[in-house]
Design a protein around this ligand. Sequence first.
Ligand code: UD1
Ligand code: CA
Length: 472
Amino acid sequence: MNSSNNIKAIILAAGKGTRMKSSLPKVMHKVLGKTLLERVINSTLEVSSIDEIFTIVGHQSEKVTDFINSTYKENCKSIVSIKQEPQLGTGDAVFKAYDSLKSFKGTVIVLCGDTPLLTSETLQDFIDFHRQNNAALTVLSTIFDDPENYGRIIRNSDNSVKKIVEEKDANPKEKQVKEVNAGVYCIEWKHVSPAFFELTTNNKQGEYYLTDIVDWSVKKNLKVQAYTLEDNDEIFGINSRFDLASANYLLNIRTLDNLMENGVTIMDPDSTWISPETQIEQDTVIYPGCVLEGENIFGKDCVLGPDLFIGGNVKTGNNVKIFQSRVSNAIILNNCSIGPFAHIRDNVEISSDVRIGNFVEVKKSTIDEFTNVSHLSYVGDSSLGKNVNIGAGTITANYNPLTKVKSKTDIEDDVKIGSNSVLVAPIKISKNANVAAGSVITKDVPENSLAIARGKQTVIEDWVTKKTKKDS
Ligand code: UD1
Ligand code: CA
């Protein structure tokens, strides 16, 4: 695409969000694991013709700017924060980008940072519609049965757009209108930007309304139109905790529908929460009570849940079973079985055909194929080879609380560790060695050997008989 066709985006994110009753700025609240602002920025970034984004920040501007800078530091498109202080309304917010766009002659798309359900496909269709019709200004609208709190699109008798009236300024007849303003606009900047010098605060809220550019453009005989969206969920704006709960619900339903469409079985959508950033392949079955947050990939024929929390950065092969567990930052290859009640975290790599059983915690470790850690163990900062068996109750003692140093445990192929052993790191148990049950191992164990480190058993014959005679 020729660079003169490139589009600039302005995202409004300066408001406090009073109705949220929160110490966080509104746009920093999360929907399915990502902030409202991140969801809007991500959809915007996916539109290829948009090459630069201006985010208008104000309330707790440092916090929001730091968040943008750290989240998008590796992004190739430019995302610039502009401060709006004080916050005098949405019209004033867009005007803050005026200096940065002084010599710009193309299309500017304006979005609100509090509408996290908008998709990039809709943004693309909206831009295409604006351009194909050679409009000076296009607003995104939809029909809501309950239009309360949204600006209403007021049309002339010939159906052309006349103006937008805010709920608080609307007369009873205007309040009946069910077509609402989504807060997304395509603006031919050269023609419409002079409007920002003429906005006033003559309204119930005493604010500079961005919506007044519609009336301004109509009066200047510029071409103004509305693009009416069918899926009205997409424009859903967050103004309260109730809206936040609804947005979580709507985004979840959209995600689960896509997964089911692609061949994933979800037994109980009502108790299943999956982030849109989670990919799941065909014929995987999700039992009730699963929460899958962050970016994850699950293979084919897996069984997840019941009752599972996935915290992000989890990647599995095929035919992996994870029950009643908590897993994050892990790679788990084919045919593994995890849980119930396992905790896997902090950079774990598990090869195929491994079993991690009940009450086992695995942290920052690698486990090679056909190894079992079946019951009640802690495996931390460790490397386990192939065909290893870790007996019930084994602990890798990786942490020295005096020096605060964490050390490594290296267990080679075919090693068998007896139940209730403590392996005090740093330590190496070489190939095919055995450790006897109940041992505390502090020295390396060579290949093919047996290490026993426990009190020797003494048997005192007839002790019980003698004891009971004496006492009676
Ligand atoms: C706005 C629209 C309304 C539309 C609705 C869609 C106006 C006047 N009204 O109303 O027609 O139906 O969005 O969701 O535009 N913001 C700033 N600076 C400010 C004020 C707001 O950056 O001075 C930002 C907020 O952070 C928010 C966005 O603009 O992300 C929208 O502001 P909000 O107060 O939520 O507007 P609504 O009353 O919802
Ligand atoms: Ca809003």
